[in-house]
Design a protein around this ligand. Structure first.
Ligand SMILES: N[C@@H](CCC(=O)N[C@@H](CS)C(=O)NCC(=O)O)C(=O)O
Length: 111
């Protein structure tokens, strides 16, 4: 939601407006690179803020049932939608950050 719809229409929307519209991302993974690192690299390349939640191995058994496919990584979007599968998450982030080549053909060639 823009603070002021007129600013959206006349192109004077500010960085502040953009910040209001930002989707909140939380990436859950273990405290290692593994299958989570591609997603972390995508956030870094896009210069996009996110919460990098690193789960210690000792805590995993009690947390495991809370995740949809009981594996990590998991991306939580706006605190509600949870997405599993590292490459599905990476493709989603690349598309969201306009880093997927801009067409289905480029996406499949790059991805
Ligand atoms: N195909 C899945 C594999 C996920 C997977 O096996 N994750 C491992 C860590 S790399 C995991 O969660 N292991 C803990 C467990 O299975 O309890 C993906 O790419 O995300």
């Amino acid at each position: 939601m823009y603070r002021n719809y007129r600013s959206f229409l006349d192109g004077t929307a500010t960085v502040f407006d953009e910040a209001i519209n930002m989707v909140k991302y939380e990436l859950h993974y273990f405290n290692l690179r593994g299958r989570g690192e591609v997603c972390r690299l995508l956030f870094a390349a896009a210069d996009r803020e996110y919460t990098d939640t690193r789960i210690e191995q000792a805590d995993w058994p009690k947390l495991k049932p809370k995740f949809p496919q009981q594996t990590l990584p998991v991306l939580t979007i706006d605190g509600k939608t949870q997405v599993s599968q590292s490459l599905a998450i990476a493709r989603y982030l690349a598309r969201e950050f306009k880093m997927d080549g801009g067409s289905s053909l480029q996406a499949v060639v790059c991805g």
